[in-house]
Design a protein around this ligand. Structure first.
Ligand code: CAA
Length: 258
């Protein structure tokens, strides 16, 4: 399938999805989100793709949902089309690791999509905000929920109630961003991290992802039980045997996803 609002590239085991709507600072129109959904479906069913990177331009990861497209919609419109749920949340359901590489504006729905990824790597130019309050609404793609879990109630409240922008350093200190790189090095550093993850057992990688995400859904006792069972299950894989034998044999492991 050819895309108009995103660019999709495969670099070895890493698939890179780049938002490409510069005329609107990558604002998410419906067509763009349909393409993101299609691209993630394609990556998920392609066994050669081990890690997905989602990025934007130097100026903007994304300036949020497309306000011009949304402005005239009624309750009936958004309810019937299942706005957001229908085509935005595919990223959050992806079982393969997804890294957001953010430079420039990461606002509203842009920040919400970045938070649906497994972690955020930021350029020192990145600016984060949930500005929906300034246009008479509230975050609608998980901002009040995921941001609160990442940065805590006080900071999430302050950010969502004022709509102010937070720079990369503040975002890292607050726990929204995993690491910061100089803007010129963001993609090279992101690819290094993605390639490292891609070199590990894809089964173990998926189990780590599932287990950490479970921490947000359950009690500590149930989360620990879930982790323990997945840990036990990993002993049924060839990759666990290979990884541990390679360690004792002082050689590099070669994982097969079996
Ligand atoms: N939707 C639609 N178009 C947008 C947009 C958006 N979210 N953000 C920027 N654009 C468009 C602008 O309208 C402009 O188009 P024209 O040239 O046709 O006028 C173009 O992108 C460039 O933008 P600016 O001229 O405004 O650029 P700037 O550098 O002066 O300002 C900005 C940059 C501070 C990011 C500013 O564009 C801005 O505030 N954008 C809106 C941010 C916002 O409110 N996002 C939240 C959206 S709501 C949401 O996301 C809901 C949800 O939770 C799901």
């Amino acid at each position: 399938m050819s895309f108009e609002n995103i660019i999709v590239e495969k670099k070895g085991a890493v698939a890179v999805l780049t938002f490409n709507r510069p005329q609107a600072l990558n604002a998410f129109c419906g067509a763009l989100m349909d393409e993101v959904t299609q691209a993630i479906d394609d990556f998920e069913s392609d066994d050669t793709v081990k890690v997905i990177v989602i990025t934007g331009s130097e100026k903007a990861f994304a300036a949020g949902a497309d306000i011009k497209e949304m402005a005239a919609k009624t309750f009936v419109d958004v309810f019937k089309e299942d706005f957001i749920t229908r085509n935005w949340e595919r990223v959050a359901r992806c079982r393969k690791p997804v890294i957001a590489a953010v430079a420039g504006y990461c606002l509203g729905g842009g920040n919400e999509l970045a938070m649906m990824c497994d972690f955020i790597l930021a350029a020192d130019t990145a600016k984060f905000s949930q500005p929906e309050i300034t246009i008479g609404t509230l975050p609608g793609a998980g901002g009040t929920q995921r941001l609160t879990r990442l940065v805590g109630k006080s900071k999430a409240m302050e950010l969502c109630l004022t709509g102010r922008m937070m720079d990369a350093k503040e975002a890292e200190c607050a726990g929204l961003v995993a690491r910061i790189f100089p803007a010129a090095e963001l993609m090279a550093e992101t690819m290094k991290i993605a390639e490292q993850i891609a070199s590990f057992s894809p089964l173990a990688v998926m189990m780590v992802k599932e287990s950490i995400n479970r921490a947000y859904e359950t009690t500590l006792a149930e989360g620990l039980r879930f982790e323990r069972r997945l840990f036990h299950a990993s002993f049924a894989t060839e990759d666990q045997k290979e990884g541990m034998q390679a360690f004792t044999g002082k050689r590099k492991a070669s994982f097969k996803g079996k």
